[in-house]
Ligand binder design. Structure first.
Ligand code: TRP
Length: 334
């Protein structure tokens, strides 16, 4: 039986941090072992909010290099840039004719900007471009273009996947045929919550992240900044209420984890020393990833070649879908 298809879009905004690594990259790479995976850089989605040329360009390169450095195998995963698959944008136009405006009005991402405008007494539409408003239509096109069965996303994106379902269903209903596959969101339930430097969930919006590719010196400095309680060295410490341990366990082997927890419980290890131990395991994991990342970043031609090869594979698939749909809607005349 043919493998099912997993597809996800990666928005090139900002730099990757270890929360992204454990929350999105690792689970997506694990999924690629069991599914026929198509992962792409959603660069035109990013344009809605990022209009500075150099920032957009370097974000695209860094995200692509980041995923490859973290282990994405472009031989196994079709890895491409959204902008390299123009069929996406034709399909978005087609789907626009089936996407109710009322549906898009209900998108959380759009609604929250309207709400913020109203709260500060501004015009409801201030600063809102049509790209933001039609974001879910473009995303639906990304998904159904490749007959995706599952879409691994964070919880904040499940509404968008539901909208893709609604739009695809409206399309199928109109032509009385299952022309588009109805995708399902896959939200990882047991993905580790990665604590940030201040103990809250690691997130760009909290400014509490540890970048995935921080140079060694910066990495040590950041780890030393992790908040702890003020227990003295000799006092026994509870691993389960400690940020330092929560991070350590993500990077260490089960044996190391047990040994570290036992040392904390026994007392005699201060937080400074514990953080040094943490730095060692984090740095051990990140050093090879950082090395590959730097290599990719210094060779943008190689990166572009990998992405272009992926785009070629993606376009071959996309063209098949588009031919089928054009024929079905009556745009193909003979
Ligand atoms: N909207 C997603 C995000 O912000 C990125 C994205 C674009 C995407 N197109 C997609 C995710 C298609 C899954 C499927 O992260």
């Amino acid at each position: 039986m043919a493998m099912k298809i997993a597809l996800t879009g990666i928005k090139p905004t900002g730099i990757l941090h270890i929360g992204n690594y454990f929350g999105a990259i690792k689970p997506a790479l694990a999924l690629a072992e069991r599914y026929d995976a198509r992962y792409f850089i959603a660069d035109y989605h990013a344009l809605n909010m990022m209009k500075e040329r150099d920032a957009l360009r370097s974000s695209i390169l860094e995200i692509a290099a980041g995923w490859l450095a973290a282990g994405l195998d472009p031989e196994k995963v079709v890895f491409y840039r959204q902008s390299s698959v123009p069929e996406t944008f034709e399909l978005a136009t087609i789907l626009s004719a089936f996407a109710a405006k009322g549906l898009l009005n209900r998108a959380h991402a759009y609604k929250s900007v309207v709400q913020a405008n109203i709260e500060k007494g501004a015009d409801a539409d201030a600063g809102i471009n049509m790209g933001l408003f039609t974001y879910p239509v473009l995303m639906a096109a990304d998904i159904v273009l490749f007959d995706a069965d599952v879409v691994p996303v964070g919880r904040d994106q499940t509404q968008h996947v539901e909208m893709a379902q609604d739009i695809a269903q409206a399309f199928n209903f109109n032509y009385k045929k299952e022309l588009l596959k109805i995708p399902q969101a896959a939200v990882e339930e047991d993905v580790a919550v990665v604590p940030g430097l201040d103990g809250r969930k690691m997130s760009k919006s909290y400014g509490n992240t540890i970048p995935l590719f921080a140079p060694e010196k910066e990495l040590r400095k950041l780890i030393m900044r992790i908040v702890t309680n003020s227990q003295p060295v000799e006092e026994p410490k509870d691993p389960d209420s400690s940020q330092v341990f929560a991070l350590y366990r993500l990077f260490a082997s089960p044996q190391e984890r047990e040994a570290f927890a036992a040392r904390l419980r026994a007392g005699g290890m201060g937080w400074g020393e514990a953080k040094e131990e943490l730095f060692q395991v984090v740095n051990r994991t990140l050093t090879p990833i950082r090395g590959r990342f730097c290599a990719f970043i210094s060779e943008p031609e190689r990166l572009t070649r990998i992405l272009d090869e992926g785009a070629e594979k993606a376009r071959a698939l996309a063209k098949v879908t588009l031919t089928r749909l054009r024929e079905a809607i009556g745009i193909t005349l003979c």
